[in-house]
Write a protein of this length. Structure first.
Length: 277
């Protein structure tokens, strides 16, 4: 029996619809976890490199919600995440102390860098972080702050405090609070020719640099540690504890640590694994 073109197209449409339905069902059946993490791990491109390797090894998909560290930890407190992957050790330890986390592990580190216009109107290049912030504040040079409960914002506030500057009193029109993630904040700094504290990973992957450059780096105060932990199933009964533990165990395993170390942009390694079981 000869099939007309119309019948062939109808048959093909039914077959395609059935195939898509099967694919959706298979996708829905695949186990997944939700990881609350930081904008720096996402915007640096690390997760695009790391997560496919984890899924290939375990068959578990990962849904990442990338927000500031404070917001990521709040997700855990609301039982909206299975795992935390963040970078504010003091806040993480507070989270653990409140009983929201099971156990925290160091995963990797990189560093923060103080970025500014190449013209450097506050003359901070090569200075210590403390001295650089004093020069910026004295010059009232434009400075962009994330002001978003992120680990980077916490590091910025610690830096002002360590320098002996009460930024709540000192800030004025020169101090721009964006309430945004690292990428958008860097865009603002680029548009304003402003100074900004950023994590090196996001900076290396950032394309809209304009006239900005790294001016201060290498100060021990700029060390940036990341940690991972399972959200406590005793407080959040719906936490996928077995799948979440698979993720935690893998990311601190030799395989996970090698995958982190292998992520590079233009030959530069962005994160340095340092897990200790």
């Amino acid at each position: 029996m000869k099939m007309t073109k119309r019948k062939f197209l109808a048959f093909a449409g039914i077959a395609l619809a059935a195939s898509l339905a099967c694919a959706r069902a298979a996708s829905a059946a695949q186990p997944f976890i939700t990881v609350a993490s930081t904008t720096s791990t996402e915007q640096s491109g690390l997760f695009r490199h790391l997560l496919p390797a984890f899924t290939k090894a375990t068959g578990v998909q990962v849904h990442v919600v990338a927000v500031g560290t404070g917001q990521a930890l709040d997700m855990g407190r609301r039982c909206d995440a299975d795992v935390e992957f963040v970078h504010d050790k003091a806040a993480e330890e507070k989270f653990l102390g409140e009983g929201w986390g099971v156990k925290r592990y160091d995963v990797m580190y990189n560093d923060f860098v103080l970025i500014g216009p190449k013209s450097d109107p506050a003359h901070i290049k090569g200075a210590s972080v403390d001295e650089a912030l004093h020069r910026i504040e004295r010059a009232k040079a434009p400075f962009v702050s994330r002001a978003d409960k992120s680990g980077t914002y916490s590091a910025e506030l610690r830096s002002w405090k360590h320098a002996g500057i009460d930024i709540a009193k000192a800030k004025g029109p020169w101090y721009k609070e964006t309430g945004s993630g690292m990428g958008p904040a860097l865009n603002t700094a680029s548009a304003m020719d402003a100074y900004i504290l950023a994590d090196r990973g996001t900076w290396l992957s950032f394309k809209n640099r304009g006239d900005l450059a790294i001016l201060v780096q290498g100060d021990p105060a700029l060390f940036n540690q990341y940690g991972v932990m399972l959200v406590n199933p005793a407080k959040c009964p719906h936490v996928k504890k077995e799948l979440g533990r698979k993720y935690v165990d893998w990311v601190i395993s030799p395989a996970g640590q090698r995958t982190i170390a292998s992520y590079k942009i233009d030959g530069q390694q962005l994160f340095f694994p340092n897990a200790k079981k």
